[in-house]
Design a protein around this ligand. Structure first.
Ligand code: TXA
Ligand code: MG
Length: 314
């Protein structure tokens, strides 16, 4: 099936497929998602199978607005304050589940909590006008691989005949920030498109989960986002036939190829181009990918989190 322009007729077809329990690849402002009707076990199972995703790893539910989110989760004052500040947008909020049978156990991987997001992308918002159920959607990459930020990344990653809605390149290009609001103070479980400092401005007591803590988001495995060739961090000297993922104006020479995340050294731009750069340099003709060091502040925290996992020795 070709990649389909996100016209109204194709968005209607996508809605029909979702109702019937089929999967659809959707654009979002963060990364492309592999979507299914969140309430149908047999639909959600197709996501796990296609991505080869471990069944213990729950999926984020996407809904149209906070009102619909409240039909599946209990929102504390803190959770509501975050939702009001950042939705629609790249924030995922984890709350206690209260949706009866609206979200299948397979979607939640059996947990009593639920991760919810209201995406801002106009194509998904248009899709919501034709459906009345939450959409389960993980990032559309095969499990453990680099997340897709354009339709081509998805099409190349699978042999399956996928229904892909083309919403253009993703504006943020990095996944949503995940905040767990089930405890006393909210905790950031995954750094992402919304910087920690921006969350702190709304909820000053918000915590950040350190990487050494016990894994709470079941999907946050040490190895993830992996290219098919080796990747090493904080490099400024090339090894033989190595490609460079660069950052900033001062780029070392001697590499077989260079993809600069942001020649002007802007972390927001770098985050939006991270997966694009990894996909671009992940070619068997190179011996590996070297990455320059990236400041660990603002969106740099989310970038370094992804790169650390991408470099993890498997
Ligand atoms: O930007 C995004 O969030 C993208 C777009 C498509 O929305 N989605 C995405 O989904 O990144 P995924 O499945 O690749 O990552 C979701 C993460 C996983 O690590 C999963 O374990 C965690 O969220 N998660 C989901 N439900 C959870 C829950 N109830 N408690 C803790 N972690 C949860
Ligand atoms: Mg993912």
């Amino acid at each position: 099936m070709p990649i389909l322009a996100a016209r109204d007729d194709n968005i209607k077809k996508a809605a029909k497929r979702l109702k019937e329990g089929d999967i659809v690849i959707i654009p979002t402002e963060t990364v492309y998602g592999m979507a299914a009707h969140a309430g149908l076990d047999q639909a959600v199972v197709k996501i796990y199978t296609t991505k080869k995703r471990p069944r213990f790893n729950p999926l984020i539910c996407h809904v149209k607005n906070l009102e619909q989110a409240k039909q599946i989760g209990d929102f504390s004052l803190t959770a509501s304050a975050l939702a009001k500040a950042f939705w629609p947008g790249p924030l995922t909020i984890i709350v206690p589940y209260n949706g009866e049978d609206r979200v299948a156990l397979t979607t939640r991987a059996g947990l009593e909590t639920i991760a919810i997001r209201v995406p801002a992308h106009p194509v998904v918002q248009a899709l919501f006008n034709y459906i009345d159920f939450p959409i389960a959607a993980p990032s559309a990459n095969p499990s453990g691989r680099i997340s897709p930020t354009c339709p081509d990344h998805v099409q190349k990653a699978y042999k399956d005949d996928l229904f892909i809605l083309d919403g253009g390149p993703c504006i943020y290009g990095i996944e949503s920030t995940i905040v767990d609001c089930t405890g006393v103070d909210p905790v950031v479980l995954r750094h992402g498109a919304i910087a920690f400092e921006d969350l702190q401005a709304i909820i000053p007591t918000i915590q950040s989960k350190s990487q050494t803590d016990e894994i709470k988001a079941p999907g946050l495995l040490k190895s993830h986002y992996a290219p098919s060739i080796p990747l090493r961090l904080t490099c400024d000297h090339p090894q033989k036939n190595e490609a460079l993922l660069a950052f900033g104006p001062n780029v070392p020479t001697g590499f077989a190829a260079v993809f600069n995340l942001s020649p002007k050294g802007d972390l927001t731009e770098a985050a939006s181009r991270l997966f694009m750069g990894l996909h671009d340099l992940d070619q068997p003709t190179y011996a590996g990918i070297a990455v320059m060091s990236i400041p660990d502040q603002g969106l740099g925290v989310a970038i370094n989190d992804r790169l650390q996992r991408a470099s993890y020795d498997r």
